[in-house]
Design a protein around this ligand. Structure first.
Ligand SMILES: N[C@@H](CCC(=O)N[C@@H](CS)C(=O)NCC(=O)O)C(=O)O
Length: 209
């Protein structure tokens, strides 16, 4: 089997990929990169010219972008059961891309304090925060997971983006969002991933001291 390498920082979007990797249960080698330093070396820029984490290298293949990595891993390791069944594909791709596009734009604009003038909202992929909130609520109201009854890779990314959005105050926290967040937070793979990232952070701090 090809070697699987994971490039991350424990205080980054890499935590989402750590969760995905722990859900899949394959072995992988972790490379923890410091902001500004290791992320911008020639060695790492050869992996991801953006100088950003996360990234994975699987044999000769490099994948960057959290949504793409989750999708790639779910398809490459089908035995983990995290890819969509044929009947789930519409929801799976719709919400994977919604989380990567509109949700990401909404929360980053909110964090930066960028105000979109009302008459330009039609140009923004997310339009208005209240429409995003209502859309997300509608997506989750009648089902435990994004695609229905089964937890899939899209839930890893979608829930992470959703939780980021409501914790940042970019959207209103609604009971259906909290119930979904509680449901996914209970996953043993997430608990393992969180512990591994906490250990990586402690080691980074000790090495830097
Ligand atoms: N669109 C990328 C975003 C990657 C990203 O911005 N990563 C941040 C950490 S969360 C980073 O590496 N920043 C370091 C830098 O830009 O120098 C994804 O979805 O993976």
């Amino acid at each position: 089997m090809d070697d699987l390498h994971f490039y991350t920082n424990p205080q980054s979007r890499g935590c989402i990929i750590r969760w995905m990797l722990e859900e899949i249960g394959v072995s992988y080698e972790t490379h923890v990169l410091a902001y500004g330093g290791a992320m911008k070396t020639a060695d790492y820029l050869a992996v991801n010219r953006m100088g950003k984490v996360p990234a994975i290298r699987h044999g000769l293949a490099v994948v960057t972008e959290v949504a793409a990595i989750c999708t790639y891993l779910a398809e490459t390791f089908p035995e983990a059961g995290l890819g969509p069944s044929p009947g789930e594909k519409a929801d799976y791709y719709r919400w994977m891309f919604f989380a990567a596009g509109p949700l990401e734009e909404l929360v980053t604009n909110h964090d930066m304090g960028f105000e979109v003038p009302q008459k330009r909202q039609g140009m923004m992929g997310y339009g208005r925060a209240e429409d995003v909130t209502a859309t997300l609520e509608q997506a989750l109201v009648d089902r435990p997971y994004v695609c229905g009854d089964h937890f899939r890779a899209v839930d890893i990314y979608f829930s992470s983006q959703l939780i980021w959005c409501f914790n940042a105050g970019a959207i209103e926290k609604r009971p259906v969002f909290e119930a979904y967040a509680d449901r996914v937070s209970d996953r043993p793979a997430l608990k393992r991933a969180t512990r591994l990232d906490e250990e990586a952070l402690a080691k980074m701090k000790a090495d830097a001291a």
